[in-house]
Design a binder for this molecule. Structure first.
Ligand code: PHE
Length: 341
């Protein structure tokens, strides 16, 4: 029996080392240690061994059983890709797999920031005001008559008689002027709200950026140059702009600013309604009543202001044909802007 044990030890070890699949190891485990396995049969045969040799044989057989079991386990782990006992070459400096995809700015945020950057370049600073605003700042201080249609409950979300969701970023002009003396040049980006039914070009919430410059001797020419500098920097080409007379209660004179259609270059297409022009902002010279309301001495200062829809600018720049896409947070849409902006 002693020889059989020695033989099983050496050739069992070889057979285990030669097994090259997990299934092969399992088959060997059965063949050696299973209920009818070779080692098991030897253990059963112990009763036929002379009584004086039995304890030594029993101990040797048990040792063999443990050794073979350990060899089988080690080989099984090795085949499963575990420790092989050999030195594994690995580069500990390799970057790991990120736990989840890295986020990116929303296209509206990227456009907002790049617009602000252009104005910083022209010496503007940046401010902000509340989205829940007093009717006084949203309308009264901006020279809106009491019966102006924009105050209508149909357009404005009122919280109570005196408080509403701001319908424009213009109230921030007034808050800013109340606390500062000219010269001043500042942009105020932010979210505004209007009670509109959502469709491809309307949303009840959208973004505007307001600009305000006040000093002695500010003129319409300064406004025109500021607008043109913005268009040139943002759209990358010197698209012509034009001022169309308009009316806003808080500017006089007031204009709407158009730029030549970026799609058809002025020839007329679906995007510009065949006019060749795209409206990009409202603007004008700050109304004397607004300057007075801010506490500035009469006739000392002049200024210009403009207000631009950020959503519209983003849509023009990236050919987005439905404003609702900007608020639905559909990743199939948003992922298209990864690394683009
Ligand atoms: N607040 C105006 C609007 O929402 C835009 C504007 C701003 C016009 C500043 C003139 C000056 O339509």
């Amino acid at each position: 029996m002693k020889e059989t044990i020695d033989r099983l030890r050496s050739d069992g070890g070889e057979r285990i080392a030669a097994a090259d699949t997990p299934a092969g190891i399992e088959a060997l485990r059965v063949a050696l240690l299973g209920r009818k396995g070779e080692v098991t049969l030897l253990l059963r045969g112990l009763k036929d061994v002379p009584a004086d040799e039995r304890p030594a044989m029993g101990a040797a057989l048990n040792r063999l059983k443990v050794e073979l079991g350990e060899l089988l386990d080690a080989r099984q782990q090795e085949l499963a890709g575990g420790a092989s006992g050999e030195a594994v070459e690995m580069d500990l400096t390799l970057p790991g797999t990120p736990p989840c995809p890295v986020g990116t700015n929303h296209p509206l945020v990227s456009v907002l920031e790049s617009i602000c950057d252009i104005f910083y370049g022209m010496g503007f600073s940046r401010g902000e005001g509340p989205e829940v605003e007093l009717d006084y700042y949203n309308f009264t201080a901006l020279n809106f008559p009491d019966d102006h249609p924009a105050r209508d409950i149909q357009d404005t979300f009122y919280i109570n008689d005196k408080v509403c969701l701001r319908t424009q970023t213009s109230p921030v002009q007034v808050r800013y002027m109340e606390r500062r003396e000219p010269p001043l040049a500042c942009v105020f980006p932010g979210r505004v709200y209007r009670n509109e039914t959502a469709d491809a070009s309307h949303s009840a919430e959208f973004y505007q950026i307001e600009g305000l410059v006040v000093d002695t001797d500010i003129s319409m020419a300064d406004l025109k140059n500021t607008v043109d500098t913005f268009v040139r920097n943002f759209f990358g080409a010197a698209e012509p702009t034009r001022f169309r007379p308009h009316y806003f209660p808080f500017t006089e004179p007031s204009v709407e600013v158009d730029m030549q259609c970026v799609v058809c270059r002025g020839k007329g297409c679906g995007v510009c309604g065949q006019t060749g022009w795209l409206e990009i902002m409202g603007a004008g010279m700050v109304h004397p009543n607004v300057l007075k309301g801010a506490g500035y001495p009469e006739d000392k200062y002049t200024g210009f202001a403009f207000g631009m829809g950020i959503d519209r600018i983003a849509m023009l720049k990236y050919g987005i044909d439905d404003i609702r896409l900007l608020y639905e947070n559909d990743l199939r849409f948003l992922n298209q802007f990864r690394g683009v902006l």
